[in-house]
Design a protein around this ligand. Structure first.
Ligand code: 3HC
Length: 397
């Protein structure tokens, strides 16, 4: 009987894994609350843990809002929505949150010192059976796993914002992750109705952020130098690069705090992964985090969800060749370095960033030779970050 209910509730996923019944999500922010919600939607019992009750209250309000939206759009009915909501238990006490947990999903801020503190507490209260996973967007899985007493039972499960709508989860094994845990991670993601993509190497930014984060910086350079408005640049990204949001809009939506932290972590490990623009540091240090703080690249009201008006007409005012060239170059790096196949890369961009056309198809339409020339020109003026990747050179020849 339970299983029939499960199948019905799901819509989004398949039956839960028999090994995993209870999930604990640590951190109830943008990602944590969404991960808790989709896990409950796939009939897992979920404990959502944060350090203060007010954070949990806020998270539960967001879950309620999201479930109401899904009801409004006939994805689930009201009764199912209530059932899902009731499957999530918000808890402040860590020991209580970890009792009898099969899978821990850590989604605390991207600060290795903080994670170290969190995992040392988690180790004290976790049972041996508990598998650890981290939703880190940029910190190496091998490094985080070494902070714990079970690097073999540790895996990266990187969700995308909003987890309720984005279908991609990057699965990243660390150096010591046991193969059975990789399989379990992949199967778990499938039970959520999501599409797992294996990231073969634990590189800064994994797959999607290696493309997304540098684009925000590149767009900021374009804004500074090309005499165009944010909405003109964003419209060109939306209508000529086929992203569902403009890049400044997406940065605000993701959060400049998240982007800044990701930049610092990625850049500290590899100077060729991103060319940091000071505007990101400025927005972060002045508390302009984007949608969540009311101000970022754009200004916002207090609605739960707000979009920037972009238009095809405005997109005609700007050629996003520089932004596209950087995206193609970083994508080429991922392929050259066997982090993923070209096929998986395109799927990751489609499911993780909502791209409506294949990146390399867009590149072909813009002409790969022109892209290579643009990069060579940028390299001459700004250094090796822009050095065209061998894979790009091979396809532009
Ligand atoms: N739950 C339920 N419904 C939601 C929701 C949520 N969490 N968030 C938004 N919605 C609803 C909206 O309210 C809207 O409803 P309405 O029609 O009643 O207003 C509906 O979804 C559709 O929204 P839009 O009209 O804006 O339609 P879109 O077709 O543009 O879809 C989107 C929205 C899926 C967010 C799409 O714009 C998109 O894919 N954007 C790109 C997101 C992205 O790139 N994410 C990855 C960022 S990088 C990342 O997360 C990694 C990290 O490590 C940094």
């Amino acid at each position: 009987m339970n299983q029939i209910v499960t199948l019905k509730i799901v819509n989004f996923g398949i039956l839960p894994l028999s090994k995993i019944k209870k999930i604990t999500v640590l951190g109830s922010g943008i990602m944590g609350h969404g991960i808790a919600q989709i896990s409950a939607m796939s009939a897992y019992h979920v404990t959502l843990r944060d350090v203060e009750q007010r954070f949990l209250d806020n998270a539960m309000n967001k879950i309620r809002w999201s479930l109401d939206k899904l009801v409004e759009k006939n994805k689930i009915n009201k009764q199912e929505s209530d059932k899902i909501y009731d499957k999530i238990t918000p808890v402040v006490d860590l020991k209580e949150a970890l009792t009898d947990t099969d899978l821990l999903i850590e989604a605390v801020p991207e600060d290795l010192k903080l994670k170290k503190r969190v995992y040392s507490e988690v180790d004290q209260f976790s049972q041996e059976k508990t598998i650890y996973s981290s939703n880190t967007s940029t910190l190496p899985i091998s490094e985080i796993s070494q902070l714990t007493n079970r690097p073999d039972k540790f895996i990266g499960l990187h969700f995308f914002n909003p987890p309720q709508l984005m279908k991609l989860v990057e699965v990243i094994p660390g150096a010591n992750t046991d193969n059975s845990i990789v399989d379990l991670g992949i199967n778990f993601v499938k039970t959520l109705g999501k599409n797992p993509i294996l990231c073969n190497k634990d590189v800064p930014g994994f797959i999607v952020n290696r493309i997304f984060i540098p684009l925000v910086h590149e767009a900021a350079y374009c804004l500074e130098s090309d005499g165009k408005s944010m909405t003109q640049i964003d419209s060109s990204v939306k209508f000529k690069m086929f992203l569902p949001m403009g890049i400044f809009e997406l940065a605000d939506y993701t959060g400049l705090d998240v982007i800044h932290k990701a930049t610092v972590e990625m850049y500290s490990r590899d100077k060729n992964v991103v060319n940091p623009h000071p505007k990101i540091e400025y927005l972060f240090s002045t508390g302009k985090y984007g949608k969540k703080s009311g101000d970022g690249f754009y200004s916002y009201g207090d609605k739960n969800y707000e979009r920037i008006q972009l238009s095809e007409e405005e997109s005609k005012q700007y050629d996003p060749i520089r932004i596209l060239s950087v995206a193609i170059n970083n994508a080429s790096w991922l392929i050259s370095n066997n982090v993923c196949t070209r096929e998986d890369l395109e799927l990751a961009l489609k499911l993780g960033m909502g791209m409506k056309k294949e990146l390399f198809k867009i590149g072909e339409d813009f002409d790969f030779k022109r892209i290579e020339n643009t990069l060579n020109d940028l390299k001459e003026r700004n250094g090796s970050f822009y050095d065209p990747d061998p894979y790009l050179k091979s396809i532009s020849a």
